[in-house]
Design a protein. Structure first.
Length: 299
């Protein structure tokens, strides 16, 4: 595994990081989730990305991750970068969503308890909340660092204008934004055009989520829609996404990948990693075989 410095910081992240959005919840097979995490660790993936609401049910990915940490990886805590986030709805009432100080501090405390951690390495504001002054969200992140609950702070899904505004506030408080987390892949390039140049200019790192377009940029759907695949769940990906137009596009990309001796997923990840300023690609996987397929090309 290669490691890249995260923006103008002293922190290295692996070129491929693992996210626990899907496949690690209470509805999933725990032994499979544990196998994926341990394989990632053995292969040099030092960065694991979570959020308060990952599951389902919300919170359960953090609980399962904490369980694996305690049973198998406790001795390696200082060798890992663990992130979590708050920003989307997590609990009922007016304090379980958004960007208020109340929500962010309470949610971080809950995440730490679920994972049995004293601190997270990176805590993110998961989205820009137009109903909360950006200064308040920034102050909450600063408070997390000053109180030792987070070592670094990050932002996710912020439009470029608000990206600039919150980064300026954080920098002035000497708690610089470490990293921005944005959806980016061959099929979705807006953030590479709008947010990556700002990240480069401001000197923060950039991690691309859903780099395989939730499986669309793999061979998962080349020969039909497998039972149990994300498209069959009809929540974040849909059977209708596997259209003839998509298949034509993806077959072409698959041929290009093969011509270079890569699998389609490797081709898609390498394409992102070749963008100047990209620190890491944040993949998901539902099996050890998928994970290995995705990273086998890395030295
Ligand atoms: N900040 C945010 O708002 C935000 C939003 C979304 C995600 N994220 C982060 O980004 C992470 C990754 O997101 P993602 O899961 O959408 O990433 P992704 O890597 O684009 O998609 C992962 C899915 O693609 C399929 N797949 C992966 N490798 C494969 C292979 N070699 N062959 C066949 N299929 C393969 C699997 O789906 P199947 O289930 O079909 O096997 C897998 O679960 C999340 O866990 C989370 O940490 C952040």
């Amino acid at each position: 595994m290669n490691y890249r410095l995260c923006g103008h910081s002293g922190l290295y992240l692996p070129e491929v990081s693992l996210g626990l959005w899907h496949n690690f919840g209470s509805v999933d097979n725990y032994d499979n989730a544990r196998d994926i995490l341990l394989h990632a660790w053995e292969r040099g993936i030092t960065h694991f990305d979570l959020a308060n609401n990952y599951g389902p049910e919300p919170g359960s990915a953090e609980i399962n991750f904490g369980r694996v940490l305690q049973s198998d990886l406790a001795a390696h805590r200082d060798e890992m970068i663990i992130s979590s986030k708050a920003g989307y709805r997590m609990w009922d009432g007016p304090y379980g969503d958004g960007g208020s100080r109340k929500y962010i501090i309470a949610s971080c405390d809950q995440s730490l308890r679920r994972m049995h951690l004293d601190y997270v390495d990176i805590f993110y504001t998961h989205r820009y909340d137009p109903n909360t002054p950006i200064e308040e969200t920034a102050e909450a992140l600063i408070q997390l660092v000053r109180s030792g609950k987070a070592l670094y702070v990050g932002i996710s899904n912020y439009p470029a204008e608000q990206q600039r505004a919150i980064c300026a506030y954080l920098a002035a408080a000497h708690v610089p934004c470490l990293i921005g987390q944005y959806k980016a892949n061959m099929f979705f390039q807006e953030t590479l055009e709008q947010n990556l140049p700002v990240a480069r200019e401001l000197g923060h790192g950039f991690i691309c989520f859903s780099p395989l377009a939730q499986g669309l940029l793999t061979d998962r759907y080349l020969n039909g829609i497998p039972e149990g695949s994300r498209a069959t769940k009809e929540v974040f990906l849909h059977r209708a996404d596997i259209s003839e137009e998509y298949l034509t596009r993806v077959r072409q990309l698959n041929q290009e990948a093969q011509a270079q001796g890569l699998t389609l997923s490797q081709y898609a990840l390498r394409w992102l990693l070749n963008h100047e300023g990209v620190t890491s690609v944040l993949i998901g996987a539902s099996s050890v075989a998928q994970l290995e397929n995705n990273i086998a090309f890395l030295s």
